[in-house]
Design a protein around this ligand. Structure first.
Ligand code: PEP
Ligand code: CO
Length: 480
């Protein structure tokens, strides 16, 4: 185990000091590696410090995955979302897998996000910011460091950036060279997405490009088709009026995002760029701090406070107003528009109690942020199917009705408070998996085993995602 990774300083990877783009502390107090002086949760127990240093040295020399101007463009769009002038759609896998870095899986993810965004534009009458939980979502926090099966106890699976899911000692041993594989797969994913978009795949004039195989068989197909036709007509009408193509409709922006969990990795991709001040985490456009690592005195908040990216912060039911205040002060001392995205994950049974005081506290502090509802992480449960292939075997799932209930309550709470709900954060896939129950087809517990593929949290499948977008759009139409 590399002890210094957990909470000590590692002199060999010292980086130059800087003021940190988001910091009001003395100029020398933040650097890309200052997190090493703080308690750091959820880091892999790397067994070989020399191997880790070699992997990180290589990572530091590799090109970044995104650019600072893309990051700044996203930040300015998020500033609009904070005012209710845009809506953030943040979605994708709980945990990407190396073996799903395939053209079909990537295209399916892009398609479902494009389709959902089209539905949301139509319903919400405002531009949608599309951010995928992809091209780097390869590391997971875990509730336990180890997993036991029978007499055997092994390190927990922490995502493909760290180890493999199979339950053998060799597979579960953290391997730092997987960080380099993760960087490469992130680059391949982004490369393919950029090429698809540049080639016109995301052209709003041709949404028929995004039909997934099974859209034809979906109970929602007719509604969706009708909406696409209406949008096409509006687009043609506007272009006839303007006598030209409506700006931006033949191309859409897409941004990437992942939980900034493994700070060795994030630090290695954190760089200065010509003609701009400060440090950018160039591993992704939009990293977020997970709920388990949001301690204001911890290493993650220390790292995030100094990078110039917009950042997400997960808020949950156990967070006190005092730690919220301290985290926000550390992370956004300059109150920069578009800097903070507060991703709330309280659960359908808790949101009415927990969300209003959080909104009040942020208002009392005179802060603005993009408020986002993550209706997934507070609604995870374990069920034991009474029949079907998975009979008697406990399985982690989420009910469509609970996800929707949290979303609907959030819309209502934000409306009552007069503070816009600026977006949604959803775990989903463009494929026909069976991981969450309910939805238009009424997927039951007994069907979960048929196509359960997530190694971590259950995702909405293609149809459930599209249905959710339609229900959100309906709610947005009512709310505006
Ligand atoms: C996640 O987004 O997959 C996750 C682990 O969420 P949270 O930090 O909210 O538990
Ligand atoms: Co998750």
């Amino acid at each position: 185990m590399h002890a210094s990774k957990a909470n000590g300083a590692n002199a060999s990877s010292a980086a130059p000091s800087s003021s940190g783009a988001g910091s009001d502390r003395p100029a020398s107090s933040w650097s890309p590696n200052s997190w090493r002086t703080k308690p750091c949760l959820q880091q892999p127990p790397w067994p070989d410090p020399t191997a880790l240093d070699r992997a990180l040295t290589e990572l530091r020399s590799l090109p970044p995955l995104v650019t600072s101007w893309e990051i700044e463009a996203l930040k300015s769009q998020l500033a609009d979302a904070a005012k209710g002038e845009r809506f953030l759609l943040h979605g994708g896998d709980c945990c990407e897998q190396f073996d799903e870095c395939t053209s079909s899986a990537i295209a399916a993810k892009l398609k479902i996000l494009l389709q959902m965004s089209l539905v949301l534009v139509h319903g919400g009458r405002r531009p949608v910011i599309r951010v995928g939980r992809f091209a780097g979502q390869y590391a997971k926090p875990r509730s336990s460091d180890t997993e036991s099966r029978g007499d055997v106890t092994l390190p927990s699976y922490r995502g493909d950036n760290v180890n493999r899911a199979e339950f053998t000692a060799a597979d579960r041993t953290p391997d730092p060279f997987r960080l380099i594989d993760g960087h490469a797969r992130s680059a391949m994913t982004l490369n393919f997405i950029r090429a698809l978009i540049d080639g016109g795949f995301a052209d709003l004039h041709h949404p028929e490009n995004w039909d997934l195989e099974f859209v034809k068989h979906s109970p929602l197909a007719a509604d969706y088709q009708k909406m696409v036709e209406q949008l096409g007509e509006s687009l043609r009408f506007m272009e006839t009026l303007a006598g030209a193509q409506v700006l931006g409709t033949n191309r859409v922006d897409f941004y990437s995002s992942h939980e900034g969990l493994i700070l060795d990795y994030e630090e290695a991709l954190t760089r200065t760029v010509p003609h701009r001040e400060g440090f950018y985490d160039l591993s992704t456009h939009f990293p977020w701090v997970g709920y388990r690592t949001v301690d204001p005195d911890g290493a993650h908040v220390e790292f995030f406070r100094g990078i110039a990216n917009p950042i997400g912060v997960k808020l949950g039911p156990d967070m006190s107003p005092e730690s919220l205040r301290r985290a926000l002060e550390a992370l956004d001392p300059k109150r920069e528009p578009g800097r903070l995205v507060l991703i709330c994950r309280f659960g359908a049974h808790q949101v009415a109690k927990s969300l209003p005081p959080m909104i009040d506290e942020v208002g009392r502090l005179g802060r603005t942020a993009v408020w986002v509802c993550d209706p997934m992480h507070g609604n995870t449960e374990t069920v034991v199917p009474a029949s079907g292939a998975g009979k008697g075997v406990p399985v982690k799932t989420r009910k469509f009705a609970h996800i929707l209930a949290e979303l609907e309550q959030s819309f209502e709470i934000h409306r009552a408070k007069g503070v816009p709900l600026g977006g949604v954060h959803i775990e989903l896939t463009g494929e026909d998996v069976t991981e969450c129950t309910g939805g238009a087809r009424g997927l039951g517990d007994e069907e979960l085993a048929r196509a359960y593929r997530s190694r971590v949290d259950p995702r909405l499948n293609y149809e459930q995602s599209l249905e959710m977008a339609m229900l959100i759009a309906r709610r947005m139409r009512g709310a505006t």
